[in-house]
Write a protein that binds this ligand. Structure first.
Ligand SMILES: O=c1ccn([C@H]2C[C@H](O)[C@@H](CO)O2)c(=O)[nH]1
Ligand SMILES: [Zn+2]
Length: 151
C-alpha cells in the first residue's frame, strides 16, 4: 500500500495512517466554490500535535490559500514551528496529490528534512522529504551568507 522511504522511518505505520486519514477528513471542509478542487492537509508537529487545513478560495482568485499552507500557518500562529510530517489529500482518481511550488517553499522555510505524504483518495501514500520535493532551494540560512562588496 505504501511506497516507503527513509523519510518515513520515524513514524509508525499506524501514525502515518492516522495522519493520512485526518488529511482526508480535512478535505471535507474545503472552501473551493471556484475550482471545485477540494484539498485537505494534516500536519504533525514534533510535539505530537496535529493541525489540519483545507484550501480556502476567494472571489479574488489569487487571494486563495492552499490546504497545506492553511495547516502550516495555523500551526505557526499557535507557536509550533518544528514539523515531523504533513499528509496531503486530493480527490483525483488514483493519483497522488503533490503540493504546489508556493507550498513547497513555505514547507522549506521550516526545514528540508521532514516528511510529506502525498496521498491518493484510497488513502495509499508515498513519502518524500521536503528537500526531495524542492531541490536546489532558497531558505532562511541564505539570507545570512557573506555578500560581495561594492555592488
Ligand atoms: O496541493 C494543492 C494543490 C491545489 N490546492 C488548491 C488550490 C486551489 O484552491 C485549488 C485548485 O488549484 O486547489 C491545494 O490546496 N493544494
Ligand atoms: Zn499550494
Amino acid at each position: 500500500m505504501a511506497e516507503k522511504s527513509a523519510a518515513s522511518a520515524s513514524l509508525s505505520d499506524e501514525q502515518i495512517q492516522e495522519l493520512v486519514a485526518k488529511s482526508h477528513q480535512a478535505k471535507k471542509k474545503a472552501y473551493a466554490p471556484y475550482s471545485n478542487f477540494h484539498v485537505g492537509a494534516a500536519l504533525l508537529t514534533e510535539d505530537g500535535i496535529t493541525f489540519t487545513g483545507c484550501n480556502v478560495e476567494n472571489a479574488a482568485y489569487p487571494v486563495s490559500c492552499c490546504a497545506e499552507r492553511t495547516a502550516i500557518f495555523k500551526a505557526v500562529s499557535e507557536g509550533y514551528k518544528a514539523f515531523r510530517a504533513i499528509a496531503i489529500a486530493g480527490e483525483v482518481e488514483n493519483e497522488f496529490l503533490a503540493p504546489c511550488g508556493s507550498c513547497r517553499q513555505v514547507m522549506r522555510e521550516f526545514g528540508t528534512d521532514w516528511t510529506v505524504y502525498l496521498t491518493k483518495p484510497d488513502l495509499s501514500y508515498r513519502a518524500m522529504t521536503v528537500g526531495e520535493l524542492l531541490p536546489c532551494h532558497f531558505g532562511p540560512e541564505d539570507l545570512n551568507k557573506p555578500k560581495v562588496k561594492g555592488q
